[in-house]
Design a protein around this ligand. Structure first.
Ligand code: FAD
Length: 291
């Protein structure tokens, strides 16, 4: 199918984008890489009167060091993230996870901002953003505001963004020393959206005890889910097979209502959440111990 007719504008600055959003409100849609929006238009699940193309907006495509962490412009494509040595060395979880997004052709177009704004509960970047304690810089008519990734996702394909706002930047704080990360997902074929996945980080003290753990499950609810009960099992303890098994048993306790659809039942997703938590934590702990 072809999309319904729409007007198309190519603003050059964030200010122009915001003015256009103000003018057209919910009749307008931003388009970044188009990898999620175009299918929605073609299936006529979205019918905006006007598309605001972000590809010509200046200064939204970069990866920079800042305050010991990284800042990434919203229009940075997933392939650039995947290939960045800075991301690989500073944020190995983001690097590792990006290769699970679809295929290179899609990653060449799809952007980090688009992926976060789209807020698919089975997508990679929302879970990674929560696991890495990211902050999303949002521009709107009243200026800029910063939103914690943990507060950004509201429900299926729904975020706290107002119709006249856009993401401009993703800020990732630096990882503490002796932090290990891991990303694992189960999908039917490589490149498909995950049935269930986990993004996790574990930080160890010099004595080997776990000082912090972040375990984020995705594909199991309307938003990425922080498995806090499982995290609590880890913190203060020396990780080992038994402890990791105990944490995995708690993985489901923060999941309210797993999805049940043609791809997988809720029961299977709950089972995966436990299995992946065990595997993910084992890898993250091993990497943390290796320094
Ligand atoms: P677009 O499609 O252009 O926009 C998506 C939405 O975000 C739109 O509503 C748009 O208005 C809004 N938007 C875009 N940029 C901004 C911004 N800066 N501020 C506010 N709103 C904005 N993703 C995965 O994570 N895992 C997968 O396995 C996966 N598999 C895929 C397989 C296929 C076949 C396809 C086509 C896509 C797949 N994707 C997957 C999605 C892909 O990662 C998309 O690139 C991503 O979801 C959207 O990014 P985009 O830049 O293309 O955004």
């Amino acid at each position: 199918m072809k999309p319904p007719p729409f007007d198309f504008v190519c603003p050059k600055t964030v200010g122009e984008v915001i003015s256009l959003l103000e003018k057209h409100q919910s009749d307008a849609k931003l388009i970044a890489g188009g990898q999620s929006l175009m299918p929605l238009l073609n299936m006529r699940l979205a019918r905006p009167d006007i598309l605001i193309d972000l590809s010509k907006v200046a200064d939204l495509d970069y990866i920079k060091e800042a305050d010991g962490g990284l800042t990434i412009g919203a229009m940075t494509c997933q392939r650039t993230v995947e290939r960045s040595e800075l991301v690989k060395s500073r944020q190995p979880l983001l690097h590792e996870a990006t290769r699970f997004i679809a295929h290179p052709q899609i990653r060449n177009r799809g952007t980090i901002g688009g992926s976060l704004a789209h807020a698919d509960p089975a997508a990679v970047y929302p879970a990674v953003a929560v696991a890495l304690d990211a902050k999303l810089e949002v521009a709107g008519p009243k200026g800029k505001r910063s939103v914690e990734a943990a507060d950004f996702f509201v429900s299926y394909l729904t975020t706290v963004l107002e119709p006249n706002e856009m993401i401009t930047e993703v800020r990732l704080p630096g990882l503490p020393a002796r932090t290990g990360c891991s990303f694992i997902e189960v999908s039917r074929r490589h490149g498909d959206y995950a049935l269930t996945g986990i993004a996790s980080t574990v930080t160890l003290q010099n004595g080997g005890q776990c000082s912090a753990a972040r375990i984020v499950l995705f594909g199991v609810g309307a938003t990425p889910v922080r498995a806090r009960k499982a995290e609590q099992v880890m913190v203060g303890q020396k990780p080992g097979e038994k402890l990791i098994g105990q944490a995995a048993e708690k993985a489901n306790e923060d999941i309210e209502e797993p999805l049940s659809d043609i791809h997988a039942s809720a029961e299977y997703r709950r089972h995966l959440a436990q299995v992946l938590t065990r595997r993910g934590l084992a890898v993250a702990c091993e990497r943390a111990a290796a320094g």
